[in-house]
Design a protein around this ligand. Structure first.
Ligand SMILES: [Zn+2]
Ligand SMILES: [Zn+2]
Length: 113
């Protein structure tokens, strides 16, 4: 069940990441994250008693991560001075210890992690 807000010309919407702000008296209501919904609904201000439309907007972050293996490319490992581990300068992949041993002299007696 949703209440569609009326079509409007001017935007006097109030944005706040943690609260729903009453558009009439500007009272800040705390909204529990479990109550988040993109469906507009009617809330009644506990301060002034006026009703208003409330909905949440979710933003999406597009995260892209390179992966040499995905492209059939060899990783090019460099020493990370802080951690002492090797990491690929292209995709940032940390070289597994077993590979690190194998690329060394000989993997004789190496115990895989
Ligand atoms: Zn109010
Ligand atoms: Zn890589």
């Amino acid at each position: 069940m949703s209440f569609d807000p009326p079509e409007r010309i001017t935007g006097d919407d109030h944005y706040d990441s943690d609260h729903s702000i009453c558009p009439y008296c500007r009272y800040k209501h705390h909204v529990e994250s479990e109550d988040y919904s993109e469906d507009p609904r009617v809330e009644e201000c506990s301060q002034c008693g006026m009703k208003f439309h409330l909905s949440q907007r979710f933003s999406v972050d597009h995260v892209t991560t390179p992966d040499c293996g995905l492209n059939g490319q060899p990783h090019e490992y460099r020493m990370h001075t802080i951690s002492g581990r090797n990491f690929c300068k292209y995709c940032g992949r940390i070289e597994p210890l077993s590979e690190s041993n194998a690329s060394g002299v000989a993997a004789a007696g190496a115990t895989p992690d």
